[in-house]
Write a protein that binds this ligand. Structure first.
Ligand code: CP
Ligand code: NVA
Length: 301
């Protein structure tokens, strides 16, 4: 049987993704009841991260701990990768020692290349193009709180970045409509948009995107690696802040989502992120449960 990787949401079909979300909800219930199963005793997950992380690192480490296995964290600079050892060789060596690899780096093609030479599942822990693990937690969160996301309307406000691209893939796989509001020059990538067809509409005015939305979602205006553009971006995104006024255009039972870390006063006001419509802490918690379901799936356990 060929090894399965999770580099984007499109690596799984709709049925597989839906089953994974159901399993994540089940695992969460089991865990809260004290019934965590130690099914990965003797298993090792390695994380190669050359960008910062709180949630992704912690959730994978805790997931492996709950499963009775262990996680090892490596920063490329402290490995021979940092001294020029070939990626292919690193992938081959790691495949001989561990059961699963999670990578967080800028270059998506680097993760694809690693996966090509890996005999064990590779998970994208965020690249400049995609953040698929985040979307598993986000869809789980909506499903738990409001039911099936199929046919719902999601509004993305802000930067057309890696998380936005993954929301576009999610619209395709989970069959909901996504209205994206970004300033000119900050649109999500064309290839991903094209793939999702008519489920996606792109606007310039945030109000047009948010009207009658069931979910309003945003992210930082300057992603990791864009620190030097921050000043320029703050100016470009000034009218794309999610505040109470904007939220009033969404449905009355709409939820506010953010993958975190959040920057209050920039992409979202304190009133919204700390207000009654915000579900950001559920999203953060669900990283753990959704990734447990993902590990089970990839390890076929
Ligand atoms: N949302 C998310 O991936 O958070 P971290 O960068 O803290 O992992
Ligand atoms: N778009 C953000 C997401 C962080 C989880 C970034 O890439 O920095």
């Amino acid at each position: 049987m060929s090894v399965r990787h999770f580099l984007t949401l499109l690596d799984l079909n709709s049925d597989e993704l839906r089953a994974l979300i159901e399993r994540a909800i089940e695992l969460k219930t089991q865990f809260k009841a004290g019934l965590a199963e130690q099914k990965f005793q003797g298993y090792t997950l390695v994380m190669i991260f050359d960008k910062s992380s709180t949630r992704t690192r912690l959730s994978f480490e805790v997931a492996m701990t709950h499963f009775g296995g262990r996680a090892i964290f490596l920063s490329p600079g402290s490995t021979q990768l940092g001294r020029g050892e070939a990626l292919e060789d690193t992938a081959r060596v790691m495949s001989r020692m561990v059961e699963v690899v999670v990578i967080r780096t800028s270059s998506h093609s680097m993760v694809e290349k690693f996966a090509e030479h890996s005999q064990v599942p590779v998970v994208n822990g965020l690249t400049d193009r995609f953040h698929p693990c985040q979307l598993l937690a986000d869809i789980q969160t909506y499903t738990e709180l409001r039911g099936d996301i199929r046919g719902r309307k999601v509004a993305w406000v802000g930067d057309g970045n890696n998380v936005c691209n993954s929301w576009i893939n999610a619209a395709l796989r989970f069959d909901f409509s996504l209205c994206v509001a970004t300033p000119r020059g900050y649109h999500p990538e064309q290839e991903t948009l094209r793939n999702a067809g008519n489920r996606i509409a792109v606007f310039e005015d945030p109000m047009d995107a948010v009207r009658n939305a069931d979910i309003v979602v945003t992210d930082t205006w300057a992603s990791m690696g864009q620190e030097e553009e921050k000043e320029k971006r703050v100016k470009a995104f000034e009218n794309y802040r999610v505040d109470q006024k904007l939220m009033r255009h969404a449905n009355s039972d709409a939820v506010f989502m953010h993958c975190l870390p959040a920057y209050r006063g920039f992409e979202v006001t304190t009133e919204v992120i700390d207000g009654p419509q915000s579900v950001v802490w559920d999203q953060a918690e669900n990283r753990l449960h959704a990734q447990k379901a993902l590990l089970e799936y990839l390890l076929r356990a």
